[in-house]
Ligand binder design. Sequence first.
Ligand SMILES: Nc1ncnc2c1ncn2[C@@H]1O[C@H](COP(=O)(O)OP(=O)(O)OP(=O)(O)O)[C@@H](O)[C@H]1O
Ligand SMILES: [Mg+2]
Length: 254
Amino acid sequence: MSALLSLRGVERTFGGLRAVDGASFEVAAGTVHGLIGPNGAGKTTLINLVSGLLAPTAGAIELGGRAIAGLPSHRIAGLGVARTFQSIRLFPELTARDNVLVGQHLRRHPSLLARLLLLRSAGEEARAAGERAGALLALVGLPDRANEQARHLSYGEQRRVEIARALASEPSLLLLDEPTAGMNPVEVQGVAQLIRRVAADGHSVLLVEHNVRLVMNVCDRITVLNFGKVIAEGTPPEVAAHPAVITAYLGSER
Ligand SMILES: Nc1ncnc2c1ncn2[C@@H]1O[C@H](COP(=O)(O)OP(=O)(O)OP(=O)(O)O)[C@@H](O)[C@H]1O
Ligand SMILES: [Mg+2]
Protein backbone atom coordinates (compact mmCIF):
# COMPACT_ATOMS: atom_id res chain seq x y z
CA MET A 1 0.00 0.00 0.00
CA SER A 2 1.79 3.15 -1.19
CA ALA A 3 1.13 6.42 0.58
CA LEU A 4 -0.09 9.28 -1.59
CA LEU A 5 -0.16 11.67 1.34
CA SER A 6 2.12 11.38 4.34
CA LEU A 7 2.19 13.56 7.45
CA ARG A 8 4.91 13.29 10.06
CA GLY A 9 4.87 15.27 13.29
CA VAL A 10 2.75 18.02 11.78
CA GLU A 11 2.11 20.92 14.12
CA ARG A 12 0.29 24.23 13.80
CA THR A 13 0.00 26.67 16.65
CA PHE A 14 -2.10 29.83 16.90
CA GLY A 15 -0.48 31.88 19.63
CA GLY A 16 -0.42 29.51 22.60
CA LEU A 17 -2.95 27.07 21.11
CA ARG A 18 -1.73 23.86 19.45
CA ALA A 19 -4.54 23.34 16.93
CA VAL A 20 -2.60 20.45 15.32
CA ASP A 21 -0.14 18.85 17.70
CA GLY A 22 2.37 16.43 16.18
CA ALA A 23 -0.02 14.60 13.86
CA SER A 24 1.34 11.67 11.82
CA PHE A 25 -0.63 9.48 9.41
CA GLU A 26 -0.73 8.34 5.79
CA VAL A 27 -3.42 8.28 3.11
CA ALA A 28 -2.95 5.39 0.70
CA ALA A 29 -3.47 5.92 -3.04
CA GLY A 30 -6.99 5.18 -4.26
CA THR A 31 -8.54 5.04 -0.80
CA VAL A 32 -11.09 7.03 1.19
CA HIS A 33 -9.51 8.11 4.46
CA GLY A 34 -11.70 9.56 7.19
CA LEU A 35 -10.56 12.30 9.56
CA ILE A 36 -12.88 12.62 12.53
CA GLY A 37 -12.88 14.15 15.98
CA PRO A 38 -14.89 16.45 18.24
CA ASN A 39 -15.47 20.15 17.45
CA GLY A 40 -12.22 22.08 17.59
CA ALA A 41 -10.09 18.91 17.27
CA GLY A 42 -8.02 20.49 14.46
CA LYS A 43 -9.57 18.78 11.41
CA THR A 44 -10.09 21.92 9.31
CA THR A 45 -6.69 23.25 10.34
CA LEU A 46 -5.15 20.00 9.11
CA ILE A 47 -6.98 20.29 5.77
CA ASN A 48 -5.73 23.89 5.55
CA LEU A 49 -2.15 22.68 6.13
CA VAL A 50 -2.37 20.01 3.42
CA SER A 51 -3.97 22.39 0.91
CA GLY A 52 -1.49 25.18 1.63
CA LEU A 53 -3.94 27.70 3.07
CA LEU A 54 -1.81 27.55 6.22
CA ALA A 55 1.84 26.61 6.74
CA PRO A 56 2.72 24.15 9.51
CA THR A 57 4.83 25.43 12.40
CA ALA A 58 6.64 22.06 12.44
CA GLY A 59 6.61 18.68 10.73
CA ALA A 60 6.65 17.23 7.22
CA ILE A 61 3.88 16.81 4.65
CA GLU A 62 4.60 14.80 1.50
CA LEU A 63 2.47 14.22 -1.58
CA GLY A 64 3.69 11.28 -3.63
CA GLY A 65 7.05 11.55 -1.88
CA ARG A 66 7.40 15.26 -2.59
CA ALA A 67 7.64 17.75 0.28
CA ILE A 68 4.71 20.19 0.10
CA ALA A 69 4.57 21.66 3.62
CA GLY A 70 4.51 25.44 3.43
CA LEU A 71 4.11 25.66 -0.34
CA PRO A 72 1.55 28.24 -1.48
CA SER A 73 -1.93 26.83 -2.12
CA HIS A 74 -1.82 27.35 -5.90
CA ARG A 75 1.37 25.26 -6.13
CA ILE A 76 -0.18 22.48 -4.07
CA ALA A 77 -3.31 22.66 -6.23
CA GLY A 78 -1.10 22.35 -9.30
CA LEU A 79 0.43 19.19 -7.82
CA GLY A 80 -3.00 17.57 -7.73
CA VAL A 81 -4.73 18.54 -4.48
CA ALA A 82 -8.27 19.96 -4.56
CA ARG A 83 -10.63 20.75 -1.72
CA THR A 84 -14.06 21.85 -0.65
CA PHE A 85 -14.72 24.20 2.26
CA GLN A 86 -16.64 23.69 5.49
CA SER A 87 -18.40 26.98 4.74
CA ILE A 88 -19.46 26.97 1.09
CA ARG A 89 -17.38 29.20 -1.17
CA LEU A 90 -19.18 29.50 -4.48
CA PHE A 91 -19.65 32.61 -6.59
CA PRO A 92 -23.35 33.20 -5.84
CA GLU A 93 -24.08 35.19 -9.01
CA LEU A 94 -22.44 32.66 -11.33
CA THR A 95 -24.25 29.61 -12.65
CA ALA A 96 -23.44 26.15 -11.36
CA ARG A 97 -21.61 25.45 -14.65
CA ASP A 98 -19.49 28.60 -14.42
CA ASN A 99 -18.57 27.79 -10.82
CA VAL A 100 -17.30 24.41 -12.02
CA LEU A 101 -15.42 26.09 -14.90
CA VAL A 102 -13.52 28.13 -12.32
CA GLY A 103 -12.09 24.85 -10.98
CA GLN A 104 -11.38 23.50 -14.43
CA HIS A 105 -9.43 26.59 -15.36
CA LEU A 106 -6.50 25.27 -13.34
CA ARG A 107 -5.93 22.36 -15.71
CA ARG A 108 -6.78 24.17 -18.95
CA HIS A 109 -3.67 26.15 -19.60
CA PRO A 110 -2.28 25.20 -22.98
CA SER A 111 1.02 26.96 -23.46
CA LEU A 112 1.19 30.07 -25.58
CA LEU A 113 3.27 28.20 -28.16
CA ALA A 114 0.68 25.46 -28.47
CA ARG A 115 -1.99 28.08 -28.94
CA LEU A 116 -0.05 29.79 -31.70
CA LEU A 117 0.73 26.53 -33.49
CA LEU A 118 -2.69 25.03 -33.26
CA LEU A 119 -4.68 28.24 -33.61
CA ARG A 120 -7.49 26.58 -31.78
CA SER A 121 -10.52 28.78 -31.55
CA ALA A 122 -11.43 29.96 -28.09
CA GLY A 123 -15.00 29.03 -28.95
CA GLU A 124 -14.16 25.38 -29.44
CA GLU A 125 -12.13 25.27 -26.26
CA ALA A 126 -14.86 26.96 -24.28
CA ARG A 127 -17.47 24.57 -25.62
CA ALA A 128 -15.42 21.52 -24.61
CA ALA A 129 -14.86 22.96 -21.14
CA GLY A 130 -18.55 23.72 -20.76
CA GLU A 131 -19.44 20.16 -21.76
CA ARG A 132 -17.02 18.75 -19.24
CA ALA A 133 -18.42 20.99 -16.50
CA GLY A 134 -21.90 19.74 -17.40
CA ALA A 135 -20.69 16.14 -17.15
CA LEU A 136 -19.24 16.79 -13.71
CA LEU A 137 -22.51 18.35 -12.56
CA ALA A 138 -24.30 15.23 -13.80
CA LEU A 139 -21.78 13.09 -11.90
CA VAL A 140 -22.64 14.85 -8.62
CA GLY A 141 -26.35 14.42 -9.33
CA LEU A 142 -27.18 17.87 -10.71
CA PRO A 143 -27.74 17.24 -14.43
CA ASP A 144 -30.56 19.82 -14.65
CA ARG A 145 -29.06 22.63 -12.56
CA ALA A 146 -26.11 23.74 -14.72
CA ASN A 147 -27.70 27.05 -15.76
CA GLU A 148 -28.99 27.96 -12.30
CA GLN A 149 -27.26 30.71 -10.35
CA ALA A 150 -25.49 29.21 -7.32
CA ARG A 151 -27.49 31.44 -4.95
CA HIS A 152 -30.73 29.79 -6.13
CA LEU A 153 -29.52 26.28 -5.32
CA SER A 154 -30.33 24.49 -2.07
CA TYR A 155 -27.61 24.09 0.51
CA GLY A 156 -27.10 20.46 -0.44
CA GLU A 157 -26.95 21.32 -4.13
CA GLN A 158 -24.36 24.03 -3.48
CA ARG A 159 -22.19 21.53 -1.63
CA ARG A 160 -22.37 19.19 -4.59
CA VAL A 161 -21.38 22.01 -6.98
CA GLU A 162 -18.34 22.55 -4.72
CA ILE A 163 -17.42 18.89 -5.12
CA ALA A 164 -17.83 19.13 -8.91
CA ARG A 165 -15.63 22.21 -8.94
CA ALA A 166 -12.94 20.41 -6.94
CA LEU A 167 -13.10 17.41 -9.28
CA ALA A 168 -12.76 19.70 -12.29
CA SER A 169 -9.06 20.13 -11.61
CA GLU A 170 -8.65 16.33 -11.85
CA PRO A 171 -7.02 16.01 -8.44
CA SER A 172 -5.09 12.97 -7.25
CA LEU A 173 -6.12 13.94 -3.71
CA LEU A 174 -9.55 15.38 -2.89
CA LEU A 175 -9.99 17.02 0.52
CA LEU A 176 -13.62 17.23 1.66
CA ASP A 177 -14.41 19.28 4.78
CA GLU A 178 -17.85 18.21 6.03
CA PRO A 179 -19.38 17.72 2.56
CA THR A 180 -22.77 16.59 3.91
CA ALA A 181 -23.37 19.39 6.43
CA GLY A 182 -26.93 20.60 5.95
CA MET A 183 -27.92 17.78 3.59
CA ASN A 184 -30.99 15.58 3.89
CA PRO A 185 -30.52 11.78 4.23
CA VAL A 186 -31.15 11.15 0.53
CA GLU A 187 -28.49 13.69 -0.43
CA VAL A 188 -26.08 12.17 2.11
CA GLN A 189 -26.56 8.77 0.49
CA GLY A 190 -25.81 10.33 -2.90
CA VAL A 191 -22.58 11.86 -1.59
CA ALA A 192 -21.56 8.51 -0.08
CA GLN A 193 -21.92 6.86 -3.49
CA LEU A 194 -20.13 9.74 -5.17
CA ILE A 195 -17.15 9.47 -2.79
CA ARG A 196 -16.83 5.73 -3.42
CA ARG A 197 -17.01 6.36 -7.15
CA VAL A 198 -14.31 9.04 -6.98
CA ALA A 199 -12.05 6.58 -5.15
CA ALA A 200 -12.86 3.80 -7.65
CA ASP A 201 -11.68 6.16 -10.40
CA GLY A 202 -8.27 6.16 -8.69
CA HIS A 203 -8.44 9.39 -6.68
CA SER A 204 -7.69 9.48 -2.98
CA VAL A 205 -10.13 11.22 -0.65
CA LEU A 206 -9.46 12.70 2.78
CA LEU A 207 -12.90 13.09 4.31
CA VAL A 208 -13.64 15.27 7.35
CA GLU A 209 -17.14 14.46 8.51
CA HIS A 210 -19.33 14.56 11.60
CA ASN A 211 -21.81 12.06 10.16
CA VAL A 212 -20.27 8.98 11.80
CA ARG A 213 -22.47 6.56 9.91
CA LEU A 214 -21.31 7.99 6.58
CA VAL A 215 -17.67 7.81 7.70
CA MET A 216 -18.06 4.20 8.82
CA ASN A 217 -19.73 3.28 5.52
CA VAL A 218 -17.41 4.92 2.99
CA CYS A 219 -13.94 5.02 4.58
CA ASP A 220 -11.21 2.42 4.15
CA ARG A 221 -9.33 3.80 7.14
CA ILE A 222 -10.01 6.48 9.73
CA THR A 223 -7.75 8.77 11.75
CA VAL A 224 -9.20 10.29 14.92
CA LEU A 225 -8.01 13.67 16.17
CA ASN A 226 -8.63 15.15 19.60
CA PHE A 227 -7.05 18.40 20.77
CA GLY A 228 -4.81 18.29 17.69
CA LYS A 229 -3.38 14.85 18.45
CA VAL A 230 -4.00 11.57 16.67
CA ILE A 231 -5.68 9.41 19.32
CA ALA A 232 -6.68 6.45 17.15
CA GLU A 233 -6.31 5.09 13.65
CA GLY A 234 -7.54 2.01 11.84
CA THR A 235 -10.38 0.45 9.90
CA PRO A 236 -13.91 1.66 10.72
CA PRO A 237 -14.64 -1.29 13.07
CA GLU A 238 -11.28 -0.85 14.82
CA VAL A 239 -11.86 2.85 15.35
CA ALA A 240 -15.47 2.39 16.49
CA ALA A 241 -14.31 -0.02 19.20
CA HIS A 242 -11.34 2.09 20.32
CA PRO A 243 -11.66 3.17 23.99
CA ALA A 244 -9.97 6.56 23.37
CA VAL A 245 -12.48 7.34 20.63
CA ILE A 246 -15.44 6.42 22.81
CA THR A 247 -14.03 8.61 25.59
CA ALA A 248 -13.37 11.55 23.25
CA TYR A 249 -16.86 11.44 21.79
CA LEU A 250 -18.75 10.79 24.98
CA GLY A 251 -16.51 13.04 27.05
CA SER A 252 -16.46 10.53 29.91
CA GLU A 253 -13.49 9.45 31.99
CA ARG A 254 -14.35 5.80 31.35
N1 LIG B 1 -6.99 31.06 12.24
C1 LIG B 1 -7.09 30.67 13.52
N2 LIG B 1 -6.66 31.48 14.51
C2 LIG B 1 -6.74 31.10 15.81
N3 LIG B 1 -7.25 29.92 16.21
C3 LIG B 1 -7.71 29.07 15.26
C4 LIG B 1 -7.65 29.41 13.89
N4 LIG B 1 -8.15 28.37 13.17
C5 LIG B 1 -8.53 27.45 14.07
N5 LIG B 1 -8.25 27.87 15.34
C6 LIG B 1 -8.48 27.10 16.56
O1 LIG B 1 -7.84 25.84 16.39
C7 LIG B 1 -8.63 24.80 16.95
C8 LIG B 1 -8.95 23.79 15.88
O2 LIG B 1 -9.89 24.37 14.98
P1 LIG B 1 -10.40 23.61 13.68
O3 LIG B 1 -11.27 24.56 12.96
O4 LIG B 1 -9.25 23.04 12.95
O5 LIG B 1 -11.26 22.44 14.34
P2 LIG B 1 -12.23 21.39 13.64
O6 LIG B 1 -11.80 20.05 14.09
O7 LIG B 1 -12.31 21.62 12.20
O8 LIG B 1 -13.62 21.73 14.35
P3 LIG B 1 -15.14 21.67 13.76
O9 LIG B 1 -15.54 20.22 13.85
O10 LIG B 1 -15.91 22.52 14.70
O11 LIG B 1 -15.13 22.18 12.35
C9 LIG B 1 -9.84 25.47 17.56
O12 LIG B 1 -9.60 25.68 18.93
C10 LIG B 1 -9.95 26.78 16.81
O13 LIG B 1 -10.56 27.76 17.58
MG1 LIG C 1 -13.80 22.14 10.91
